[in-house]
Design a protein around this ligand. Structure first.
Ligand SMILES: *[C@@H]1O[C@H](CO)[C@@H](O)[C@H](O)[C@H]1NC(C)=O
Ligand SMILES: *[C@@H]1O[C@H](CO)[C@@H](O)[C@H](O)[C@H]1NC(C)=O
Ligand SMILES: *[C@@H]1O[C@H](CO)[C@@H](O)[C@H](O)[C@H]1NC(C)=O
Length: 309
């Protein structure tokens, strides 16, 4: 799940933060259904020769651990799937239109390495579509800035695994759910996208250093998605909680309800191609190009559809 919050100001930011624990995932699906529109997140994966949207080895921002093909992944079909909503047509990602819609704006991805995965994907999608677009980048504390200067759009990735502060107190690690010490950067941005995945795998103690507590799926050797519209497994309890909480929020929050469509992509993880000749077995992150491109395409689609309502 990923959340997009648009156009908030300081007051609403506080609201998000203080509701945060309860909050985690409201949906704008209500707005969508009340506007008589379709559910972008209900659908299936279809093979599409025109994919992938970019060649990851030509994108300057991809981490080695997401570079599955350069790391030796032999099968390539997993690059070729497009998400197809059942009840409607999702507009194809249009980088130029996206940048024009966000001219003068800063979009920030905040969160763990999955947010980084999604941020890298979006920067690559834009770079591949407009290869001559000038950009500048810099790092400020825990935030990376990429500014597509011709269009005056900045894409930020603010690393903060739990969104709120995690501090050491009496040799314990404590989550401070009402403080974000790196929060100043939040005030400068126009849209924030974060994912809540990490929260649902917390157990009694926080595992130090390990960024990703992935559930125990084995994704090795899968070369095709799970077909159909239904994930054959139990729902993730957090999804319902998030939707319920979001339905009570007054801040404009748009839920990118990508949990199911991502779970269908058992073939989309780096698995043992998270490094060259590596022994890791990564079923938590996603190869690039790959599934996060769909998250960003749906982000774009939801912006286009909500603005044309
Ligand atoms: C870019 O956008 C910012 C924020 O809206 C604005 O202050 C600035 O003047 C813009 N710069 C250019 C070169 O258009
Ligand atoms: C992008 O960079 C230009 C030049 O440094 C700056 O004027 C502008 O404000 C930046 N735009 C955004 C949206 O951060
Ligand atoms: C995946 O395939 C490799 C190579 O054929 C094999 O050694 C390995 O056991 C397989 N892993 C799983 C989990 O099936």
């Amino acid at each position: 799940m990923a959340l997009l919050i648009r156009g908030y100001h300081k007051a609403s930011l506080l609201l998000v933060v203080s509701y945060y624990f309860l909050v985690l995932n409201h949906i704008c699906a209500e707005q969508i259904s009340s506007a008589g529109r379709c559910d972008l997140y209900q659908g299936s994966w279809v093979y599409d020769e025109s994919y992938p949207l970019y060649d990851s080895s030509k994108c300057p921002w991809v981490s080695e651990s997401f570079l599955c093909v350069p790391n030796g992944r032999p099968d390539k079909d997993y690059l070729k799937y497009r998400w197809s909503p059942s009840g409607c047509h999702a507009p194809r990602f249009d980088a130029l239109d996206f940048l024009r819609r966000y001219t003068g704006k800063k979009i920030m991805f905040v969160g763990d390495s999955i947010s980084n995965n999604q941020w890298q994907s979006l920067t690559c999608m834009i770079h591949a579509a407009i290869p001559n677009a000038k950009y500048s980048g810099h790092l400020e504390q825990n935030t990376v800035f990429i500014n597509f200067t011709d269009y005056n759009v900045s894409l930020l990735y603010n690393r903060n695994v739990y969104l709120v502060d995690l501090v050491a107190e009496n040799s314990e690690r404590v989550l401070k759910i009402d403080t974000i010490s790196t929060g100043d950067v939040w005030k400068e941005v126009d849209a924030v996208i974060f994912n809540t995945w990490h929260w649902w795998w917390l157990t009694g103690s926080l595992q130090g250093g390990n960024d990703w507590g992935s559930p125990g799926t084995n994704c090795a050797n899968h070369t095709a998605p799970i077909y159909g519209t239904v994930y054959p497994g139990s729902p993730i309890p957090g999804v319902a909680v998030v939707k319920q909480v979001l339905s009570r929020m007054s801040v404009h929050v748009n839920l990118l309800d990508i949990t199911t469509l991502s779970r269908l992509r058992i073939d989309g993880h780096p698995s043992r191609y998270a490094s060259k000749g590596g022994t890791a077995h990564d079923c938590g992150h996603w190869c690039l190009a790959g599934v996060p491109d769909t998250w960003n395409s749906l982000f774009y689609a939801s912006v286009v559809l909500s603005e044309s309502a």
